[in-house]
Design a protein around this ligand. Structure first.
Ligand code: NAD
Length: 502
């Protein structure tokens, strides 16, 4: 059984038409084509975006290049850029409900969660605004009488920013304000499934005072717009969040002109649980980690690695809670698990569950699609008796599916945790300080949560080990990522000659 919230039809909803932002103007695609987005929770068309072409992407890159080279943004003072970013943060906060609504109808995520993401996003813009005033290099006054060394941090130039559909506004906010704080100009491509809130951000930034051409937003598909943004010689850096497969392609494309690349990719994140853990706290974090954003989350805690002595008790408790998690209408304030992004993705999730069952895993709860007559949904699902070699334990399912594995000795848990290609995040649960720190040091992942899961803050760096990515977002070094280092090597007094020693 699952607690369901029947989606209410969006009667009288008029699909919204969007244009793209290139060089300060709202324009249509060069060939006039559009893409339609059908709401995953409501089954009707809610948005029509421009299907941008290679030509549109090239125009946007040229506009960003001009805006960088003429200095209209990079030559402002840090304080001036900071004030504009703060104004943007205020405008984001003022329009948070509208933006959250757009993210909800386009992605299918619960509205309460979308509102929380908007709060987090506004905070990131404020944090980046603070860093804009603190970007600085180094000086070396220790190189001898005749030398002074100064190391400058300069904006890297034109940055292509490419984002996925699962956290549309939050992820662009993990990149764009830091690139802007550094003084870069940008071309942004949101996912073709969830472009609405990013386009509204374009309006907000213009109102906040970002000059024309500094932020260009091109909608469309990856192979057309994204590929141009990652190969064009006038782009200096690519900041990409998405699947590991497209991340690999992005890096190969960028390698042709040796662009700097920052990648935030997939995850298959373990939670390792010891018998002395506070299990009441843990079971809540387990369902949150697995079902938050319907499991369509790079950070999903989709692999539980439980000590054998507690496994059957914990699986039973998680199964009971899973029955009570509310699944359904993304726009209902009480919903905890919304819709699945597309019908094809729902099929993919179900084929992982079927494959695991065929391979010997036990379906402890769920596994079915929920038919509300509109949209596509899935029950929270738990698979026990999963072994470390199964696809469901190694690959990103990206749905509300929890795989449970077991261990006896800590070293075995660490081995299982590290046995896959991903290394984004991990959790450890124990009341023993030594146990938490040992696991924390030995598991190869960018974030380790101890007795909690999926917490975060603008101050804390985020990113992956291994094939979960390259580089880190957030944290105090996030602006530096969008800079080049330049050395000024200065001579004082007479120089020692080379061909005529003095
Ligand atoms: P995706 O890789 O299919 O698409 C991501 C973006 O890349 C989209 O805008 C898409 O249009 C674009 N793209 C597609 N083909 C391209 C190409 N050839 N060249 C350039 N761009 C191209 O990913 P998705 O399905 O939108 O998102 C889900 C994935 O994102 C998951 O794997 C998830 O783990 C990952 N993700 C990672 C993080 C993180 O911070 N590590 C955060 C959120 C999502």
């Amino acid at each position: 059984m699952t607690v369901t919230v029947q989606p209410k039809p969006l009667t009288n909803y008029k699909a919204r038409d969007y244009r793209m932002l290139i060089d300060g103007a709202w324009v249509e695609a060069a060939d006039g084509k559009t893409l339609e987005r059908v709401a995953p929770g409501h089954g009707i068309a809610v948005s029509r975006y421009q299907a941008g072409t290679k030509r549109d992407a090239e125009k946007a890159i040229a506009a960003a290049r001009r805006a960088f080279d003429d200095g209209r943004w990079p030559r402002m003072t840090g304080a001036e850029r900071s004030n504009i970013l703060l104004k943007a943060a205020d405008l984001i906060a003022a329009r948070a409900d509208d933006l959250a609504y757009l993210d909800t109808i386009e992605s299918g995520k619960p509205i309460s969660q979308a509102k929380a993401e908007l709060g987090g996003a506004a905070d990131i813009w404020r944090y980046a605004a603070a860093l804009a005033r603190d970007l600085h290099g180094e000086s070396y006054n220790t190189l001898g009488e005749g030398t002074l060394g100064v190391v400058l941090r300069e904006a890297i130039g034109v940055v292509s920013i490419i984002t996925p559909w699962n956290f549309p506004f939050l992820i662009v906010s993990q990149k764009l304000p830091f690139a802007l704080a550094a003084g870069c100009t940008t071309v942004v491509k949101p996912s073709e499934l969830t472009s609405g809130s990013t386009l509204v951000l374009g309006e907000i930034l213009a109102e906040a005072g970002v000059p024309a051409g500094v932020v260009n937003i091109v909608t469309g598909t990856g192979p057309e717009v994204g590929a141009t943004m990652t190969t064009h010689p006038d782009v200096d850096m690519v900041s990409f969040t998405g699947s590991t497969g497209i991340g690999r392609l992005t890096m190969a494309n960028a390698a042709q002109t040796l662009k700097k690349v920052s990648l935030e990719l997939g995850g298959k994140n373990p939670q390792i649980v010891f018998p002395d853990a506070n299990l009441d706290e843990f079971v809540d974090a387990a369902v949150f980690g697995a079902y938050f954003n319907a499991g369509e989350c790079c950070n999903a805690g989709s692999r539980l690695i439980l000590h054998k002595s507690i496994a059957s008790d914990v699986i039973g408790r998680i199964a009971e809670i899973s029955k009570q998690v509310k699944v359904g209408d993304p726009l209902d304030a009480s919903t905890q698990v919304g819709a699945i992004i597309t019908p094809q993705h729902l099929q993919k999730i179900q084929s992982y569950v079927a494959g695991a069952s065929d391979g010997g895993a036990t379906l402890a709860h769920g596994g079915e699609a929920l038919d509300f007559g509109i949209g596509q949904f899935m029950t929270p699902t738990i698979l026990s008796n999963v072994t470390a070699d199964m696809a469901v334990a190694r690959e990103e399912v990206f749905g509300p599916v929890l795989s449970v594995l077991t261990f006896e000795a800590a070293e075995e848990a660490i081995r299982i945790a590290n046995s896959i290609d991903y290394g984004l995040s991990a959790g450890v649960w124990s009341r023993d300080f030594d146990t938490c720190l040992t696991i924390g040091r030995k598991v190869r992942a960018g974030t380790i949560w101890m007795n909690t899961f999926m917490d975060g803050a603008s101050e804390l760096p985020f990113g992956g080990y291994k094939q979960s990515g390259l580089g880190r977002e957030l944290g105090r070094h996030a602006v530096e990522d969008y800079t080049e280092t330049k050395t000024l090597n200065m001579h004082i007094g007479a120089r020692t000659g080379w061909w005529m020693p003095r």
